[in-house]
Design a protein around this ligand. Structure first.
Ligand code: NAD
Length: 279
């Protein structure tokens, strides 16, 4: 039997409508949640992401500010701009669009953001709080994945979860959130031996690799929930890390690309901004 499709696009729209309603209530109390996005340089994919974030913000009734800095911006200039936003009471969330040009130190820049305004959840304080299971800004993509999993109605406790990818922005926080939800978690990565032996045990399989069609049907357990975080461009088309056409026949649940995790990332960014504004 074919898998049930997890419709991230529809879920994200629902969440964005809920957020818009809460923003309206906040505005009634004189608070307009504000998100500032800093874009350094002219990376075409980043420009599209930043534009979409701004549009989503405005649609939700939030204030959106985009700082476009030239590619030759120095580390000191970037950090000064972040500090100005830290001090701006009309800005509740600050996001530095990654990747930064090669001469800039990402970790140092992210560390300058006020942790209370760190809506991406990449500041070491928020990363530490997530590890300790404390309240914090949770990175948007893994938070979106958890929201999708919860809405399937699947019991997560006691399940085998396998995450492929160990990046700071997806793989590691994803593994921590699944652990918090009571899953038994395995994190696989580029040095993992016999990857398929791990993935075949997974009741929940999250792919965050960045390689088109990487997860094939023989790597998937019958009935598993397969979450595809990957965004890859092949012949002008956006595809995920999962070979959808074959895995769809075997999985219990599956997210499409596009229309799966991607829209949830933006919805969770709005949610983090709303929460930073005092919700
Ligand atoms: P990354 O390049 O930082 O990490 C990729 C991970 O894949 C690494 O940890 C690496 O160890 C692992 N990997 C590479 N080759 C492997 C192999 N042969 N076997 C097992 N593991 C292997 O990437 P990232 O930033 O974590 O992003 C991963 C993917 O998710 C990318 O396609 C990215 O575009 C996408 N992404 C999507 C969203 C979204 O909103 N949907 C958000 C962030 C990232």
């Amino acid at each position: 039997m074919a898998a049930q499709l997890i419709d991230g696009k529809a879920t994200a729209l629902e969440i964005r409508a809920e957020i818009a309603q809460r923003v309206e209530e906040l505005r009634g109390r004189g608070i307009v949640p504000g998100l500032a996005v800093i874009l350094v340089g002219e990376d075409p994919a980043s420009q599209i992401y930043v534009r979409n974030k701004g549009i989503a913000c405005e649609k939700a009734g939030m204030r959106s500010l985009t700082l476009r800095l030239p590619a030759e911006t120095t580390q000191a200039e970037l950090e000064d701009r972040i500090r100005e936003l830290n001090a701006d009471s009309g800005i509740h969330g600050i996001l530095v669009q990654l990747p930064l040009p090669g001469h800039l130190d990402e970790r140092r820049a992210l560390g300058v953001i006020d942790p209370k305004k760190d809506v991406d959840g990449f500041h070491p304080i928020n990363a530490g709080r997530l590890l300790a299971g404390e309240k914090c800004a949770v990175p948007c993509t893994p938070r979106g994945v958890m929201e999708l999993l919860r809405r399937t109605g699947l019991e997560l406790q006691g399940k085998e979860a396998v995450v492929i990818g160990r990046s700071n922005i997806v793989g590691k926080p994803m593994a921590l959130l699944l652990l918090q939800a009571g899953c038994t978690v395995t994190v696989c990565h580029s040095k993992t031996r016999d990857l398929a032996a791990h993935t075949r045990r997974a009741d929940i399989l999250v792919a965050a690799v960045g390689r088109a069609g990487f997860v094939t049907a023989d790597m998937v357990k019958e009935g598993a929930a397969v979450i595809d975080v990957g965004i890859n461009r092949v012949d002008g088309k956006v595809v995920g890390d999962v070979a959808f056409d074959e895995v769809w026949e075997k999985a219990g649940f599956i997210t499409p690309v596009p229309g799966g995790v991607g829209p949830m990332t933006i919805a969770m960014l709005l949610k983090n901004t709303l929460e930073a504004a005092g919700e």
